[in-house]
Write a protein that binds this ligand. Sequence first.
Ligand SMILES: [Mg+2]
Length: 223
Amino acid sequence: MVRALLFDLDDTLLDDRGAMADAVLLLRQRHRLAPDIADDVLAEHWDRVGRDLWRRMERGELDLNGQRRERMRRVFDAGLSDNDADALVADYLEAYARSWRLLPGALDLLQATAHLPRAAVTNGHEPQALRKLEHTGIHAHFDVVLTPQRSGTRKPDPRMFRQALDLLGVAPAEAAMIGDNAEADIAPAQALGMATFHLDARESGRRPADALDWIRRRALPVS
Ligand SMILES: [Mg+2]
């Protein structure tokens, strides 16, 4: 029986992919960058480069600013100076923050599970992760918000999951992890003996509303 829930944030509760796409298309329009590339191709390229650089940052090969500059260079112009890249990054981040929104069904999922202890466990940079929670109005849903800065570890390190479980006061077998990343969210939680829901908002049967149905079957009674 599930007595507590751990949630990933980006692309699990927040439409991060959509926010990134909106922001990069606005950036391109404002600065007349890459005018010949179709919207969906640019958004997909931006997403893929971002995920690749994020993995390099997690391996310690780049810091956060280096990763952001490199993304501008790889997508728009390899010859961008640090200053020009930083100006684009600042503009992008502003547009990105204004595009933050929840995935369809995410608010219902949180409201319907309000009787359970819940933790947000994210690899996002803490100041930004907290701003996302505030901006989307869901901060109050979490008893615990765990980021790499607070934890000293990052997913998929099982210690980060254990910390969240300890803070909620439950054993792994009493908790479920809901996340979109097979490596970072699902595999380590399963290895600890937690129940898992591998969410993918783009796929029928794996959306936030499906996660709620899944939780309802495992954590009775649910409103
Ligand atoms: Mg995620």
